[in-house]
Write a protein that binds this ligand. Sequence first.
Ligand code: FAD
Length: 481
Amino acid sequence: MIDVLVIGGGNAALCAALMAREAGASVMLLEAAPKAWRGGNSQHTRNLRCMHDAPQDVLVDAYPEEEYWQDLLKVTGGLTNEKLARIAIRASSSCRDWMRSHGVHFQPPLSGALHVARTNAFFMGGGKALVNAYFRSAERLGVQVRYNAQVNDIELQGGRFVAAHLPAREVEGRQLPAERIEAKTCVLAAGGFESNREWLREAWGQNARGEWPSDNFLIRGTRFNTGILLKRMGELGADIIGDPTQAHMVAIDARAPLYDGGICTRIDCVSLGVVVNRDGERFYDEGEDFWPKRYAIWGRLVAGQPGQQAYSIIDQQAIGRFMPPVFPGTTANSLTELAHKLGLPEAQFCQTIEAFNNACQVGTFDHTALDDCHTTGLAPAKTHWARPLVKPPFYAYPLKPGVTFTYLGLATDESAAVHFAGKPSPNLFVAGEMMAGNVLGKGYTAGIGMAIGTAFGRIAGVQAAASAGFVDNQEARHAAV
Ligand SMILES: Cc1cc2nc3c(=O)[nH]c(=O)nc-3n(C[C@H](O)[C@H](O)[C@H](O)COP(=O)(O)OP(=O)(O)OC[C@H]3O[C@@H](n4cnc5c(N)ncnc54)[C@H](O)[C@@H]3O)c2cc1C
């Protein structure tokens, strides 16, 4: 019988598999995706938020534990488990050497990236290179990896893991029978439920306009995070944590594909202009704070607008000040022409821009600081970087909510055990998005998804191996503390 079964093929699963294997356990990893699409949302990532008390290789200055914790506390509004959060924070300061030992390389951020050279270590080659390195290392160490292996049920005895079930399925023209895979212990690292359209619909419901907002959401990452196991674990009595409507949601290019658009579909010019809805009206302060600190609230803001659609409008003055989107914007030499091209109500749109332009106070524009260019007497106000949109050509980028990952998850503790009625399972563990909701009740701070997945993936791997009877090595013990 296999010692440790790991379900999932993203960062958290791979960290768990590698740690369990390093501790001496035999490990099988089941990835729902085919090989070409392996790596879950982790393949789309770029960086890891790291605590450090002094400059460290690619990280400048210091980002001490307390500052990291306060940043997290602020974005979650206190909806976080401090004990688990501090475990992830502390682990982020020491995991990079281990990551390097499995082939992950780091680089400083490219110019134009979020202002994160101090807080975030970037993966050379991005998340795709990271997961490829981990898969290579796992296979070299003898982890059995199986693709096209979407687990649809978990067999338990009391709170004890017994076996995972794979349904009968067709893979590349071959009919495969249903399977029951037993293991001494198991790590669940199968992501959130962001790609389950029905579940999103159920969670978000119908709004006062009679719309089902989630029908207009795009999914930034993998189509394989359907939450089958999250739902099943709930049915089997596992303790669930979080609100199903809470998720990391960004306003992305409305022309992005339904799944796997990744980071290149982001629209980063919001703070340089105005955003209007399909009625041609503004609805939020575009200059509230630096874009990296605010980009994750715009998905929900757009979700609240009619048709879940909005447009980021800029003029020539903004060009060159933001990362250009993949798809070109709609351009026009006048505002009326732009409204016409976008199909927006022309009079309302022009009135919105005119009111905005008139409300802008002359200041010293500085996009690298919270400058004094703001509006007066306008609702909603634009509190920084407010400059009249007067210099043609004008540009518009269509926006839709893009779900990065959902926060509903399995309740856990510092050992990463799945809980049943408050009691930890002796041999079933959870890591990554499937438990990130313990730390992220709401909100987000860039790079913490990978910090949580790396910390708890490693802990879950060590604990699963230990529960299967493998006394871990020193490094593994260190990670579990
Ligand atoms: C576009 C984008 C950019 C991001 N950028 C960053 C970033 O720079 N930094 C950061 O910290 N976070 C980032 N995130 C968030 C980050 O991806 C997640 O927090 C992290 O990858 C979660 O890792 P995970 O292993 O839990 O989930 P995933 O990487 O999503 O892995 C889940 C795995 O489970 C598999 N699976 C699902 N269901 C089943 C099943 N029933 N049976 C078997 N396998 C199953 C999936 O195929 C997948 O391999 C980004 C996310 C996206 C979408």
